[in-house]
Design a protein around this ligand. Sequence first.
Ligand code: SF4
Length: 242
Amino acid sequence: MEALKYTAYDVPIAGIQPFTTIDFPGKIAAVFFTQGCPWHCRYCHNADLRLTGHVNDVSSVSRDSIESFLSSRSGFLEGIVVSGGEPTIHTSLPYLLSSIKEYGYDTALHTNGNNPEMLGSILRQGLVDYVAMDVKAPPAVYDRITRFTNTGISATRSISKILSSQVDYEFRTTYHPSLLTEAELMDTVHAVYNAGARKYYIQRFTKKGVRDEELMLGGDYVEIPDAVVQEARKLFSVFDVR
Ligand code: SF4
C-alpha cells in the first residue's frame, strides 16, 4: 500500500488575520489560525476553533487563497504566525511551515505545548523563528485548566524542547482568579523560571470570545496579584503584564 502523502494544505486554516505588529516581536506579520484543539480551557477565546474534523469540512480558507495571500504579501509582510486552535495536532504542520518559508517569510508558532515530539522536530529542522507557548498552570494542576489528561507532562516536555533549542521564545500564562489561586499562579511563575526560561508574560483574562458565563466578572480585566508581579519582575529578564 502506498504511504499517505501529507502536504502543507492538509492543515485546515480557519481564518487569516492579514496584519499584526504584536504577535511576532519585531516583525510585521499576518496570522494563520488553524482549526482544532483537543483541550477545553474554560477561558478559551477561540471556541469555534476548537472543533476538529476532516480538513475539507473545517478549513474555511482554500489552498488557492492561502497561496494567493502568501504571494501577494511578499515584500510587505516579514513573517507569518501560525496559531490556533492548536497547530501541532496537525501532522502536516511541518509542511505548512516549510512552504511559508519557501515564500521568504519568517515563521512564528503559537502553541499550547501539547505535542512535544512535533514541536521538537519543528525546532530541530529550523522551521520556526519564534515560539510563543501558553503555560496554563503548575504541572500538578494543569489538567484542571485544560480539562484533558496528562497535559502537564506534555507541557513540561515542550518547555524543555523550546529552551534547549536556539529559537527565540516567550512563555505566557492567562490568569483568572476562579481558575488559578494566587499561590498556583506563583507556582507557575517559579516552574517556568526553574525550567530555565527568562522571557515570560502574565496575561489578564478578558471576556472577548469567551463562552463560559461563570467566568464573566464585573469589569473587562482581572487584576494580577501584586506579589506575583513583583516576584516575576525580580526573576525574569523580560517580563510584563498584558
Ligand atoms: S489550549 Fe488554547 S485553543 Fe485550546 S482550548 Fe485552551 S485556550 Fe482554547
